[in-house]
Design a binder for this molecule. Structure first.
Ligand code: TYD
Ligand code: MG
Length: 518
């Protein structure tokens, strides 16, 4: 009745865009259009939602995985006004108030601690994803054992709950890792209710590993373990408990065929950090990468080597990635990259071969295929390199995945070198971003990259043109070259400059700003 009265009042009021009622009207508009509700059909294996049921999920390709779920909110009713509880006032605080919080717990495995942002934060939840058999359980057992080491003062109690392996199997692994004597407590359990009851004690543990979240189940739900609703509910219970009792929970998450953490994306939103453990099966290198971190930088990597005795830290990954490089072969360029805060040198390999196919193959390992297509198009359109009818293969040696655009120039160098069958000059590192007109753009942290290259014995660098900084001693030379930290610097302003270096003889086709060579 009251509502009708209000509506009629509203209708009778003349519309005045400048009047006091104007803003209220504009707020109401979208509310009316949102009121329609739709059923949601959610894939129970990947979490993809659609408006129709179908037998096969478009997201993950799974059959018979789609189930209708009630819409989360039937109507976006908002808070309303009439007859509702008034909210309590919340207190706002200033930024510089005292920030309490227990100190981070560093486990002493430097590669792991760095990725976590300097150690594990009490009361936080970390999700670790990775392919099966990549070494997630091994890593977490090693981390738990390192944290529980009796030598460290106030070592937290570390619990390892496995839903995948029996206690005996975990013991066997610990023996293999030489950690049998570490005071880590093991359990094989999958019922979240039991786990929560065991953790919610007077003396809560410091670290809890849940291996894996897909095996856990909450008994109040009907669906099977591993389904979206179970994964979501189990994670929610465990994370809530971790926050309340102040322990760190490390959740192992499976990944789907295309590398996503299986289960709902919401799992990634619920945790404080998402780490992915990557690596090629055939290689012994494993890379731990933070893709989300509320308590530290993302894009930090930790490099490990899988050995007979478990995962070993690799403090100098560049040396490892370049270990099998053979000099003086065409199609190989060394990229001076940056992973988080640390410089990493990797070899980029390219192969360009004639093709009998109408659509020649393009295959990439360790780099973005779209980015490769762009570099190929720029080489073709701006530098006249004929690559359209040839097969192109690109590989980042050592199993590292590069995400930086700074690798463009190194990829281009490897491609041009492969196409012209002339090696990139010996002991040369390359980095720079390529624009669509073929210009080479500056990248961040040039000095750090050059320093790492010099440290590993490189003598030359092909880099983007560098701007003289105002404070710099005497300014930077603008002749396209110079020396820096023992390296001979050759600036490449345009991709054509790079191509000209590999041209059989003949002068370059455009005036080059970079120094001689090639
Ligand atoms: P695991 O930690 O079980 O992988 P995930 O939990 O990610 O599935 O690691 C299994 C692989 O690691 C297995 O293929 C054997 C290998 N491995 C070693 O090479 N050395 C070792 O010391 C251990 C424990 C495992
Ligand atoms: Mg495992």
């Amino acid at each position: 009745m009251a509502a009708r009265k209000a509506r009629s009042k509203c209708r009778s009021a003349p519309f005045d865009p400048t009047g006091p009622s104007a803003p209220r009207r504009t707020q109401r508009g979208p509310r009316l259009t949102l009121a329609k509700t739709h059923a949601r059909f959610v894939c129970q294996s990947c979490g993809a939602a659609s408006t129709r049921w179908s037998g096969r999920c478009d997201g993950c390709g799974g059959w018979n995985t789609i189930v209708e779920e009630a819409p989360r909110e039937s109507a976006p009713g908002g808070l309303g006004t009439a007859g509702r509880r008034r909210g309590h006032k919340i207190d706002f605080a200033s930024l510089d108030g005292p920030a309490e919080g227990a100190p981070r717990r560093a486990c002493g495995i430097a590669e792991f601690d760095r990725v976590c942002g300097g150690g594990l934060v009490p009361g936080s939840a970390i999700l670790i994803g990775g392919d099966p058999g990549i070494g997630k359980s091994t890593l977490l057992l090693q981390v738990a054992a390192a944290l529980a080491a009796p030598g460290t003062s106030a070592a937290p109690a570390c619990l390892y709950v496995s839903g995948e392996e029996a206690v005996d199997q975990l013991r066997l692994r610990a023996r293999r890792l030489g950690l049998s004597r570490a005071p880590v407590l093991l359990a094989a359990a999958t019922a979240v209710r039991d786990i929560a009851a065991s953790l919610d004690t007077a003396e809560p543990p410091g670290i809890v590993v849940i291996d894996s979240i897909q095996t856990m189940f909450v008994d109040s739900l009907d669906s099977a373990p591993g389904t979206v609703s179970q994964v979501r509910a189990s994670a929610q219970e465990l994370i809530r408990l971790a926050k309340r009792r102040g322990f760190t929970v490390l959740l192992v998450g499976h990944v789907t065929k295309d590398g996503q953490i299986a289960g709902p994306k919401v799992l990634e939103h619920m945790v404080d950090a998402v780490l992915s453990f990557e690596g090629e099966r055939g290689h012994q290198f494993r890379i731990l990468r933070a893709t989300k971190n509320r308590y530290g930088a993302t894009d930090e990597i930790g490099v490990f080597e899988m050995t007979d005795g478990g995962l070993m830290e690799v403090p100098n990954p560049s040396a490892l990635f370049l270990a099998e490089r053979r000099g003086n072969v065409s199609g190989s360029a060394v990229f001076a990259g940056l992973e988080g805060t640390r410089p990493v040198l990797v070899e980029v390999q390219a192969l360009v071969s004639p093709s009998s196919l109408a659509t020649p193959r393009r295959a990439v390992i360790g780099w973005d295929a779209g980015r490769l297509a762009m570099v190929l198009a720029v080489l073709e359109a701006r530098c006249g390199l004929a690559l359209a009818g040839r097969e192109v293969y690109l590989n980042v040696a050592g199993g590292l995945r590069i995400g930086e655009p700074a690798a463009d120039l190194a990829v281009a160098a490897a491609l041009v070198s492969a196409a012209s069958d002339r090696p990139v000059p010996a002991e040369t590192v390359v980095f720079g971003e390529i624009g669509l007109s073929g210009e080479v753009r500056a990248v961040s942290q040039t000095e750090v990259r050059l320093k790492e290259a010099a440290k590993l014995g490189f003598t030359r660098a092909l880099v983007p043109p560098r701007r003289a900084r105002p404070g710099e001693k005497g300014g930077r030379k603008r002749d396209g070259g110079g020396r820096d930290g023992g390296l001979e610097i050759q600036e490449i302003a345009h991709l054509q400059d790079l191509v000209a270096r590999f041209a059989a003889d003949g002068p370059p086709r455009i005036g080059r700003r970079a120094g001689g060579g090639g």
